[in-house]
Write a protein that binds this ligand. Structure first.
Ligand SMILES: [Ca+2]
Length: 614
């Protein structure tokens, strides 16, 4: 898979955000000092009684992938229990894909405001000036932990432990390859090895975090962000002594599901078992009644076996792409068995949790979400949002391609995605009250409704994108000798007639096919301090192509590396390229072909920079 060249515009929102963060951080520091209550805005709230918050989110689980939604085949007793003992938000909307929803949850803002615009290629980085819900909850003395998928930035400064989480164990990317003995996980910034199955690992870490928090006497915010049931849909079936995955898979195959669907259901089933373990753990600690627990998913579903009549899947703006299951249990505050059909959204969690904890959301920026506390605890039949908005285009925000808006009854959307040919002919107007399956296009019959909704959408789009240009951030290069910074192929811009980018998972992508002198890839760096840096290359090169020369250049400094053979072009070897002096500040770093022996210099998988102490 290849992608077009990146946009050449500057991401000057970063500069604005850097100004904002100075104000924000000083605000946070002030708030951390005594006297506590008034400065923290925690009037009339006793910290010892502050409810714990457990936020459980799955990845790509559809609205229809629970028993309580009517699905006759999936087994989700724990998710169903949360719904039965609390409230179901039946018109709860996520973004069409992963990272945008996560940015909205963390900030209470539509993702395009945060500078994030993609799920890959560096566009899955939340602006440095954003204030997260975890930072805010820390003002009320909450312990904060995130376990599982982050997907909002992989470089130092952008990782969860830099963004308000006391504890992080999980992965930065949108997906990982190995669910059993996963090898792409990090703990508080350090890559780690693990043993076991991923859903159990994340749940165990969450339980341990809850134990420590409970012992400390502080309230806690625990975000358990399962990467299941996102592809590649791996169960733990391969090793002797680990039959659980096999058994679950067999159960769904015997129900007649095709293998793809049986895998997805099995992954959800395994998550449900872990949600059950978590609920049981809270009960054993005696804190379940003082804990608000949310169960939800990050976008529309990918399963197709049973969809309850809903149209669309993940990444579309049909209801099936943007509605997600959402259940909230909060004993003593939310009566069991409640249902709300109000328009609610993933951007509502930050204001909701702020109200629960007794802290104020930031007042120096637009917060798009609205607290759900009153709706959930007192008036489930109230309306909430006037409109919900959807937009998703992988490479740059675009108001004319895949988009949608709904006022609850009427929904206007454009069905065309990344292609450039979207026109009014691609618009669809649905009456969700009488046509919940989104089958009957009423665009011609209801022109006034079309105009009203389109106008509201374009106003919204202009507002959330104003002043922001979308491109990857400059990669921060730390002075900490322990920090090895990887320059990923997907973050580069490249020049040349043959050079191309191949995406094959996050950590197996390459820059390849470059062969003529001068063909190049360039990364934008932010060097924290002048110094000497060790450069290591990871690449594959078939023996018949070996012997070419790769130039590495930053400013006037240059380094040449003679390319060595690996077993095959798809085996990436690690090679020391030498050291280079980098000046403090913003610099471009370019890798280029100096000399090629054959039809491909190398398949470049990564370049790493590591400061040399002294
Ligand atoms: Ca997802």
């Amino acid at each position: 898979m290849t992608r077009p060249q990146q946009q050449s515009s500057f991401h000057f929102v970063l500069a604005i955000n850097l100004c904002l963060i100075t104000t924000t951080i000083s605000g946070l520091l002030q708030a951390a000092e005594p006297p506590p209550d008034q400065e923290k805005g925690i009037e009339n709230v006793s910290l010892t009684n502050s409810p714990n918050i457990v936020f459980v989110m799955t990845d790509d689980q559809g609205y229809w992938d629970t028993g309580v939604s009517g699905n006759p085949d999936i087994e989700t007793p724990s998710m169903d229990r949360i719904a039965a003992e609390g409230i179901q938000l039946r018109r709860y909307y996520a973004a069409p894909v992963c990272a945008p929803t996560r940015a909205g949850i963390m900030t209470g803002r539509h993702y395009l405001r945060t500078g994030l615009y993609n799920t890959r290629f560096g566009g899955d980085t939340m602006g440095i000036g954003e204030v997260t819900v975890a930072q805010l909850l820390k003002q009320a003395d909450y312990r904060t932990g995130l376990f599982g998928k982050w997907h909002l930035g992989k470089y130092p400064g952008y990782q969860p432990q830099d963004r308000g989480f006391d504890e992080f164990f999980g992965h930065y990317h949108g997906h990982i390859e190995r669910y059993e003995f996963p090898d792409q996980l990090h703990h508080n910034g350090t890559p780690v090895k693990t043993r076991g199955y991923v859903s159990e690992l994340f749940t165990d870490a969450a339980k341990d975090f809850i134990d420590v928090s409970h012992e400390s006497g502080k309230p806690f915010f625990c975000a358990l962000m399962f990467n299941a049931p996102h592809s590649p849909w791996v169960l733990d079936t391969s090793h002797y002594g680990q039959p659980e995955g096999d058994q679950t898979l067999t159960k769904y195959l015997e129900k007649g599901l095709p293998i793809r669907e049986a895998r997805i259901y099995s992954l959800i089933d395994r998550v449900d078992q872990n949600v059950g373990r978590l609920l049981q753990h809270l009960e054993q600690l005696g804190i379940a009644d003082n804990t608000l627990i949310v169960f939800t998913s990050d976008n529309g579903g990918v399963s197709k076996h049973w969809k309850g009549g809903m149209n669309g899947n993940k990444a579309s703006t049909y209801e099936g792409g943007v509605r997600a299951p959402c259940f909230v249990r909060w004993p003593n505050r939310i009566a069991p068995g409640q249902v709300s059909n109000a328009l609610t959204s993933h951007i509502d969690w930050l204001p909701t949790f702020c109200e629960v904890a007794g802290v104020k959301p930031p007042s120096d920026r637009t917060i798009d979400g609205k607290s759900l506390v009153q709706l959930m605890s007192e008036n489930p039949s109230d309306s909430h949002h006037e409109y919900v908005y959807h937009t998703w285009d992988r490479y740059s925000p675009n108001p004319d391609r895949r988009w949608g808006i709904s006022d609850g009854r009427w929904k206007l959307m454009c069905v065309v995605g990344n292609e450039a040919s979207a026109t009014k002919k691609n618009w669809r107007l649905f009456d969700l009250k009488n046509d919940p399956e989104e089958k009957k296009n009423l665009r011609e019959q209801e022109p006034q409704t079309v105009n009203r909704l389109r106008s509201a959408f374009t106003d919204w789009f202009t507002d959330v994108t104003q002043g922001i240009e979308y491109r990857p951030i400059r990669i921060p290069i730390s002075t900490n000798p322990k920090v090895v910074t990887e320059l990923s192929p997907s973050w580069a811009t490249w020049q040349g007639d043959h050079i191309q980018y191949t995406f094959d998972g996050y950590d197996w992508d390459t820059i390849d096919s470059w062969k003529e002198r001068g063909e190049s890839a360039t990364w934008r760096l932010e060097i924290e301090r002048s110094g000497k840096y060790k450069i290591q290359l990871s690449y594959g090169c078939s023996p018949q192509n070996a012997g070419g020369i790769l130039n590495l250049q930053a400013g006037q400094r240059r380094l040449a590396h003679r390319v060595q053979a690996t077993a095959t072009a798809e085996q990436f070897g690690q090679f020391e390229a030498g050291t280079i002096w980098l000046e403090e500040g913003e610099h471009d770093f370019t890798a280029s072909v100096a000399e090629s022996r054959s039809n491909e210099l190398m398949r470049l998988n990564s370049i790493t920079l590591q400061p040399i102490s002294n």
